[in-house]
Design a protein around this ligand. Structure first.
Ligand code: DX5
Ligand code: ZN
Length: 219
């Protein structure tokens, strides 16, 4: 398992000063996680392409874009064009995930597949060679600040066995309720990329929160 990735989610940051919020974690974070919601795939509305385009110039950190939207084939490549490093869309929202992964890779981005709380992982295991990241929700997608659901780590364990057995080069990312008291358990289950919103931007010192999360993910 490679070194862990810590990806603070700006959903928990102050949207009135996003550039400053991202700069605060620039030296300790690996990726910036950007939650895009459309009020259709999930019952919440956040930010979209214009914000990613503007924020792109404010930091050197790679953007990890998490699309919680319907019709990702229409929108996802635009995020790659806007300079996103990784673009993740939901399995539940796409009838041809492999085709969209190809589109994203040709647009110069990494491709990510997200699996929501109520979706089993097994039907998607054979698709993983087309992807660079597999995002396993540890809550139901839609809102920050929810309670981590430990049972969902069974999907992480299944995915980790499959990835290791097939020698796949794929990050297994967890998202939802990841904090100082849950990250070690997620790492133990086989995750190697960790999204954290509240645990980072809700902390007094976000940069230090990232450091502490990373060290717990490594031990
Ligand atoms: C929720 C988003 C998460 C959210 C996590 O659907 O995908 O990325 O920001 O927030 P926390 O870390 O507070 O659970
Ligand atoms: Zn997310």
């Amino acid at each position: 398992v490679p070194l862990p990735i810590v990806a603070p989610s700006i959903l928990a940051a102050d949207f009135a000063c996003l550039a400053d919020e991202v700069r605060a974690i620039e030296d300790t974070a690996d990726w910036v996680h950007v939650d895009v919601m459309d009020n259709h795939f999930v019952p919440n509305l956040t930010i979209g392409l214009p914000v990613v385009q503007s924020l792109r110039a404010a930091t050197r950190l790679p953007f990890d874009v998490h699309l919680m939207i319907e019709d990702p084939r229409r929108w996802a490549p635009g995020y790659a064009d806007a300079g996103a490093y990784n673009v993740t869309f939901h399995a539940e929202a796409c009838d041809d995930p492999v085709a969209l992964a190809k589109d994203l890779r040709s647009a110069g981005a990494k491709a990510g597949l997200a699996i929501d709380r109520d979706t089993p992982i097994e039907p998607y295991l054979d698709l993983l060679p087309s992807f660079d990241t597999l995002l396993i929700m540890t809550i139901k997608a839609g809102f920050g600040g929810q309670r981590f659901i430990p049972n969902l780590l069974d999907k992480v364990r299944t995915a980790r066995r499959h990835v290791d057995a097939g020698h796949l080069e794929l990050r297994i990312e967890v998202d939802g309720g990841i904090a100082l008291n849950t990250i070690a358990e997620a790492a133990e289950a086989g995750a190697d990329a960790f999204v954290a919103g509240t645990a980072v931007f809700g902390a007094d010192d976000p940069a230090e929160a990232v450091r502490r999360l990373r060290s717990l993910a490594q031990s």
